[in-house]
Write a protein that binds this ligand. Structure first.
Ligand code: NAP
Length: 498
């Protein structure tokens, strides 16, 4: 393991010692993974800034009824912190949240975390070569900043006319209010994405009336979930190799989907047939079948998994509304056909700022340029991690690192290791700054966009994978092992060190 500990060389190069070597923003999988890697290499001069009062990122925030992960638990976890006791194939939100708190505790990270501190600004100071990080808790200087604030962390509300006039109870799927009793209430859910398909079946059991507003149907395949047997857990505990083989089998099974998503979209036909069969089997009414059937090739948007979404839509107290929303009033929603449906509660299952994340507005690099400005035509980075003009700033789950087919934790671990190597390279060279060369970043993105142009995501659908100008900025267009290789065998000549 390479050391990323900074000695006085780096300090001498810039002349001024920072308050901490590394400031990490966020304590989800990415932030915790980075902090653990720093500690392992002997670096203890770091802080994690966390806007909430506990660790966990998306798995702390998304606790809506039915919240679970659609990537299997043995793969959706750190390779260095295995859990032989996962209760089921697909982990539920409480189980993942527990896992992350346990990992943070086991690795002694809590003393490094400043809770309830929201990032207000991160500004690169050319003179000192340091970052000035301002949060609601104060200001600190850091040599490096790791943005581990999450790709899907900032809830997005729909810009529907009149939305601000609604007088009833509202909440976003990522800000669920469990104290509010939905029993017998007239509830509207806007959205039919990954969050909606999990929460709708749950709240259909409580609500008096539930209107589900679907703008675009998604392809959904069966969820083949099951509980792990006691004997399996025991085997995983006693024989780590068995657990590792199980993890590897899941990894390669998921990785094979890349063939259809990136190499040859025609290969997705088998998934489309499965999804069509799922609709035929679960939806009896021909009109409803038509309304839930997408008109794009499967895989163009995220493939969802559920066994209870279609049955929920057919419950007597549930109505699927596919007419567009014209207006939201004080106590109702009006659709394009003029129909008005009265409601008490409005749930926004409307997703996140996957692109144009507001946090980019408060980060400024050389010459005071904000990230939001640098990314005005769509987010771009080098290997999802570095952006020219922003020295010593590192992203985890940065642009074009998202996945449509497997575990983000694999990408996070690749990026954590890459950042550790970059820090070590800077250290070895006795430099204070590291920054990707502009032509390297440009060439990388030109090739990336060319590949994405042939992918299934470019076959004519709208999705959160794209910037509003149509450029695909969220996804990595290949196998995840390719990303791992590219982030581990890098060329030092690609970077400016100063
Ligand atoms: P999402 O997939 O972006 O879905 C947002 C939904 O809101 C879509 O149905 C969208 O319609 C609708 N919507 C947005 N603005 C609207 C408007 N103005 N009028 C009408 N409808 C509107 O968000 P999400 O469901 O929260 O999921 C986001 C991502 O989080 C997922 O793709 C996944 O990566 C992750 N996630 C994973 C899990 C899991 O592992 N099981 C669970 C939840 C979330 P359109 O489709 O027409 O835009």
């Amino acid at each position: 393991m390479e050391s990323v500990k900074h000695t006085s060389t780096a300090t001498l190069a810039q002349g001024k010692a920072p308050d901490v070597e590394v400031a990490i923003i966020g304590t989800g999988f990415a932030g915790l993974g980075m902090a653990i890697r720093l500690k392992q290499s002997g670096q203890t001069s770091f802080v994690l800034l966390e806007r909430e009062s506990e660790v966990g990122g998306t798995w702390r925030d998304n606790h809506y009824p039915g919240a679970a992960c659609d990537v299997p638990s043995h793969l959706y976890s750190f390779s260095f912190a295995p859990n032989p006791d996962w209760s089921r194939k697909y982990p539920t939100q409480p189980e993942l949240y527990d896992y992350l708190r346990r990992v943070a505790n086991d690795h002694g990270l809590y003393p490094f975390i400043r809770f309830n501190e929201t990032l207000e600004s991160a500004r690169f100071d050319e003179e000192s070569g340091l970052w000035e990080v301002k949060s609601t808790g104060g200001v600190l200087t850091a040599r490096s900043v790791v943005m581990a604030s999450g790709g899907l962390a900032e809830p997005k509300l729909p810009d529907i006319p009149g939305v601000e006039n609604f007088q009833g109870k509202t909440f976003h799927s990522a800000r669920w209010d469990h104290d509010y009793d939905l029993a017998g209430k007239r509830v509207a859910v806007i959205g039919s994405g990954a969050s909606a398909i999990q929460l709708v079946p749950e709240i259909a059991r409580q609500a008096g009336q539930l209107d589900v507003y679907q703008r675009t149907p998604n392809w959904i395949i069966p969820r083949q979930d099951r509980a792990y047997l006691g004997a399996e857990k025991q085997l995983f505990r006693k024989l780590p190799l068995a657990r590792q083989l199980h993890r590897a089998a899941i990894y390669w099974g998921h990785e094979s989907r890349v063939m259809g998503l990136v190499l040859n979209p025609k290969l997705m036909t088998v998934f489309q047939k499965l999804a069509e069969w799922h609709i035929r089997r679960q939806v009896k009414d021909a009109t409803l079948r038509e309304r839930v059937t997408p008109d794009y090739t499967i895989g163009c948007r995220r493939i969802l998994i559920s066994n209870d979404w279609y049955p929920a839509l057919q419950q007597p107290n549930v109505e699927l509304v596919t007419e567009g929303i014209r207006e939201i009033r004080a106590n109702s929603i009006v659709t394009a056909d003029g129909q008005e449906r009265e409601i008490d509660v409005l749930v926004f299952a409307t997703g996140f700022y996957a692109t144009e994340n507001p946090i980019a507005e408060v980060v400024s690099g050389r010459n005071g340029e904000t990230l939001a400005h640098a990314w005005r035509d769509g987010e771009e980075a080098y290997l999802g991690t570095l952006v020219n003009g922003f020295p010593n700033l590192f992203f985890i789950i940065g642009p074009n690192t998202g996945l449509g087919h497997t575990s983000m934790i694999f990408m996070i671990e690749s990026q954590v290791e890459y950042i550790a190597r970059l820090l070590a390279l800077r250290e070895r060279r006795g430099a204070g700054l590291i920054e990707v060369r502009p032509e390297v970043q440009q060439r990388y993105n030109d090739r990336l966009q060319k590949r994405l142009g042939n992918s299934i995501w470019a076959t004519g659908c709208d999705s959160w994978y794209k910037h509003r100008n149509g450029k695909i900025t969220a996804l990595w267009p290949g196998f995840t092992f390719e990303f791992r290789l590219r982030t581990s065998r890098f060329n030092p000549g690609d970077y400016q060190l100063g």
